[in-house]
Design a protein around this ligand. Sequence first.
Ligand code: ADP
Ligand code: ADP
Length: 225
Amino acid sequence: AVAIEVRGLSKKYGSFQAVSDVSFEVQAGQLVALLGPSGSGKSTILRTIAGLEAADSGSVLLTGEDATELPVQQRGVGFVFQHYALFRHMTVRDNIGFGLKIRGVSKPEIRRRVDELLDLIQLGGYAGRYPSQLSGGQRQRIALARALAPRPKVLLLDEPFGALDAKVRDELRTWLRRLHDEVHVTSLFVTHDQREAFEVSDQIVVLADGKVQQIGPPQVLYEKP
Ligand code: ADP
Ligand code: ADP
């Protein structure tokens, strides 16, 4: 089944064509990279899929349904940004549970799901800590858990590990792959790093100047960098 379908997406900022007739599909359960240099339109496409931005033309289908006009909250997507937008005044537990609380999930159910996720990211002992007491890598693991807590159908990640150093990025890549497989989500992540796309993804959508250049599994598109 197709989880994400982008059809003929175009977007201008003023007279500048940032995204030009972009179409691609992501199969359910896959982890797909949207790869391209800075300014190639990756974020714009991701934000349009999330419903944070409106395209000039084209459509977005999520699990077969036209989501083009749906507000963010009704799209069933989770989002992870480059800069961990964890809430500084909230503990790790409250950060992960936040999306569940605003959706009115009961306290015992929130507790159960947060514990399950803390277990998965192997930060069980950190539930009562605040973000400032954690390393950058730990914070991004928590950001992943927080995005997955409401059980989104689709996880969208915008340069999720961009702010971290190479060793931590490697680790988080492995975490992303592990969590993705464990919770059966469909993930689309933006990166400008060919090696990152190669290491972790099932398929790569290569962008340049707002246009799709190639789509395929990493082994078909590239020699191992
Ligand atoms: P990427 O994620 O690949 O770096 P973006 O989608 O962020 O690319 O941006 C694509 C192009 O559109 C860039 O040239 C960027 O400067 C421009 N752009 C993005 N957002 C805006 C905006 N809000 N206003 C004007 N130009 C923008
Ligand atoms: P990373 O390389 O994953 O970012 P760091 O080198 O920053 O990790 O930290 C290594 C260890 O030190 C981590 O396991 C983390 O628990 C701990 N640590 C880092 N920063 C803090 C902090 N501000 N308060 C408490 N512990 C910290």
